[in-house]
Design a protein around this ligand. Structure first.
Ligand SMILES: NC(=O)C1=CN([C@@H]2O[C@H](COP(=O)(O)OP(=O)(O)OC[C@H]3O[C@@H](n4cnc5c(N)ncnc54)[C@H](OP(=O)(O)O)[C@@H]3O)[C@@H](O)[C@H]2O)C=CC1
Ligand SMILES: O=C(CO)COP(=O)(O)O
Length: 340
């Protein structure tokens, strides 16, 4: 049994805490909201973020970060990308011993264009952990919280750290693979959110399965192009954290990115959509980050560019689809043949 602090009591932090508690670990779930900690500790519920799950009574919620991380062997960071630097700065003050550091956040920071593990490395001193472990894959919190079969991947530059994370999480409902390609695992999980927005937009416009399938496969092509240019191994995008996560997010009403896209496709403005969601829609900021990266890396990402136009320049979704459909002719494997 290990002591594990999970930082972030949203949908995913709560679901991952349930997995860890099922594995008999001592789980401390940190939230910055006192009323939420009280609800978890008193009613074993997190109504706002994971309403259908009953939280095992062995999980204790904390609002004091120093108390939450005292003597733990592992820390799981699972706040939205936007909050990663701020929470790391607090963690730096609160943590006194070396831990296995895992993050399960899926995004790219549009200000620094950094992946989440890169931001963690910038914010936390080396002495607090060996190498960050990324946990990613097709895993809706709503299903994990109900112990439905789920597979994910853990990745770290130090394989023994990834294996420690695998040991912590693996059980009969939650199967955990390892993969040494940190860049590919992290980028697949972040970039699929852009395509999930696109899939939702397409459905919201009333287009059918053909359009969605095109978005998933052509989206995968542009994810692989950008990812490879940034040092990822192309084969990773054919795995759980690439095509696996694309399928689950582009086809499921659990996905916040898909649902937000659906509302955009129906014509609702972005601000209204985000207010309605009340949970993080990572694809919005990551679209802008990926758009900037595509320019920096000189990689063609037409779907991402179209979604950038819809999100930030008031383009009409139907016009963007028309533009995508009437682009110049291409060979399907153009640009991919030299990375495969
Ligand atoms: N939900 C899912 O199925 C999955 C999510 N993920 C990823 O996990 C990450 C977190 O997502 P998820 O849990 O779903 O998001 P939610 O929107 O459900 O919850 C986010 C949580 O983070 C808290 N938070 C935000 N900012 C801070 C901060 N500065 N300090 C402390 N807590 C903060 C929020 O608190 P508050 O209530 O105050 O806003 C809230 O409790 C995302 O990157 C997402 O892509 C990955 C796989 C599956
Ligand atoms: O990453 C996820 C499932 O693997 C969750 O996606 P959403 O953030 O779109 O809900």
């Amino acid at each position: 049994m290990a002591s594990v602090a999970v930082l972030g009591a949203g949908s995913w932090g709560t679901a991952l805490s349930i997995v860890l508690a099922d594995n008999q670990h001592d789980v401390r779930l940190w939230t910055h909201r006192k009323e939420q900690a009280d609800e978890i500790n008193t009613n074993n519920k997190n109504e706002r973020y994971l309403k259908d799950a009953t939280i095992p009574s062995s999980i204790t919620a904390y609002t004091d970060l120093t108390e939450a991380v005292k003597d733990v062997t592992a820390v799981v960071l699972v706040v939205p990308t936007k909050a990663i630097r701020e929470v790391c700065q607090q963690l730096k003050e609160a943590l006194s011993n070396k831990v296995t550091l895992i993050h399960a956040t899926k995004g790219i920071d549009p200000d620094s264009l950094k992946r989440v593990s890169e931001m963690i490395d910038e914010e936390l001193p080396d002495k607090l952990y060996e190498d960050v472990v990324v946990l990613s894959g097709p895993s809706h919190a709503e299903e994990v919280g109900l112990r439905q079969p789920t597979t994910v991947t853990v990745s770290s530059a130090t394989m023994s750290e990834a294996e420690k994370a695998q040991d912590l999480f693996i059980n009969e409902h939650f199967r955990v693979y390892t993969n040494p390609d940190v860049i590919g695992v992290e980028l697949g999980g972040a970039l699929k959110n852009i395509i999930a927005l696109g899939a939702g937009i397409s459905d919201g416009l009333g287009y059918g399965d053909n359009a969605k399938s095109a978005l998933i496969t052509r989206g995968l092509a542009e994810i692989a192009r950008l990812g490879s240019s940034m040092g990822a191994k192309p084969l990773t995008f054919a795995g759980l954290t690439g095509v696996g996560d694309l399928i689950v997010t582009c086809t499921s009403p659990h996905s916040r990115n898909y649902r937000a896209g659906h509302m955009l496709g129906k014509g609702q403005p972005l601000e209204e959509v985000l207010e309605h969601m009340g949970m993080v829609v990572e694809g919005v900021r990551t679209t802008n980050a990926a758009y900037q990266l595509s320019k920096q890396q000189q990689v063609e990402m037409p779907i991402t560019a179209g979604i950038e136009e819809i999100l930030f320049n008031h383009a009409h979704p139907k016009d963007v689809v028309d533009q995508l459909m009437t682009r110049g002719r291409r060979h399907e494997m153009e640009d991919l043949s030299n990375i495969l």
